[in-house]
Design a protein around this ligand. Structure first.
Ligand code: CO
Ligand code: CO
Length: 320
């Protein structure tokens, strides 16, 4: 998430990506062919198992580096926990995070903990990127397609976990998705010359797609019927398992988006569902998109929309 920002935008010729385009991470040039990628992301538990929660929080924090086309280098843990909690809980969270950081090729170099009634965990991640190969959110081009690399619905699943109504199968698939790194998707996007990318997190598919059109000054269409959804999500909506963040996203982005009358209420709730450790949304030319899909597989790279000439419009259509 990228909510909290300083009130005065930094001005520095080496600040290649700052706060003005709501991108996933800041990018600061060190030399003509090397730049730092910096991000911080902290979340509350989305699953009961502390080890898995640590994995998810780490994959989620690393994702902002991948969304910029970067390679993670170092990570620092940030843990808010009540002093009286069973020490095995923070230990398992840190162990889960460390496993994911190791998988990414980065190293944990430190951290900080604070006494807090509500458990929270996240990481600050630093990575490297070539200044000419940054995957910004703002450079999608008319004619591009939009590819999504993970199914959505994790906000609904997390709500159902808290409500104790999630099925073991739905839980397993959601955990598999949330703990998966976006590394392969990021590397493939770079290899095949993607024009723009961002990751899908708290603002949901619609909110993050809106950043791509708003800062890219183009128009995007989302094909509601093509968007991959985690198993169990539709049934859980019928049981009322909709997180509070969905309403906030609808209030915030709803008026900016034109939604076709053929799009169902259920589809809308899923499109606005806040995600944890979601996939990348990649804008890439039609020709290159087939190579990307071939590389990642058609289940992990799905065309969910396209880009046209425009001035920042987002449209959700039922077909595609
Ligand atoms: Co973020
Ligand atoms: Co992000």
């Amino acid at each position: 998430m990228k909510i909290l920002m300083s009130l005065t935008p930094a001005v520095d010729p080496n600040l290649l990506v700052g706060m003005d385009t709501w991108d996933d991470a800041a990018v600061y040039r060190l030399t003509p062919d090397l730049a730092l990628v910096q991000t911080v992301d902290i979340i509350t538990p989305v699953v009961d198992d502390p080890f898995v929660f640590g994995q998810i929080a780490a994959a989620n924090a690393l994702s902002d580096v991948y969304a910029m086309g970067g390679r993670p280098l170092t990570a620092m843990n940030i843990l808010a926990v009540e002093a009286c909690v069973d020490p095995s809980i923070p230990r398992e969270i840190l162990r889960g995070a460390e496993a994911k950081i190791k998988e990414s090729g980065a190293v944990v170099v430190g951290g900080h903990s604070v006494d807090d009634q509500e458990l929270k965990f996240g990481l600050s991640v630093t990575g490297l990127v070539h200044p000419d190969k940054i995957l910004r959110n703002s450079l999608a081009r008319p004619g591009d397609v939009l590819i999504l690399t993970k199914p959505i619905g994790t906000g609904i699943i997390a709500t159902a976990i808290k409500g104790g109504v999630v099925s073991p199968e739905a839980l397993e698939k959601a955990i598999k998705s949330m703990t998966a790194l976006n590394r392969e998707a990021s590397e493939a996007a770079l290899d095949f010359g993607a024009h723009a990318a961002t990751d899908i997190t708290g603002f949901g598919l619609i909110g993050h797609a809106f950043e791509i059109v708003r800062f890219g000054k183009i128009k995007a269409r989302i094909f509601a019927g093509k968007v991959p959804i985690l198993p169990g999500v539709k049934d859980l909506i019928k049981e009322g398992m909709v997180p509070g963040g969905t309403k906030r996203n609808q209030d915030h982005f709803g008026s900016q988006v034109r939604v076709d009358s053929g799009v169902s209420e259920e589809q809308k709730l899923i499109l606005f569902d806040p995600q944890t450790s979601g996939g990348l949304l990649i804008a890439i030319s039609v020709e290159s998109s087939s190579k990307l899909i071939e590389k990642l597989g058609k289940y992990l790279a799905v065309i969910v929309g396209d880009i046209r000439e425009g001035k920042g419009e987002l449209e959700v259509i039922s077909g595609g």
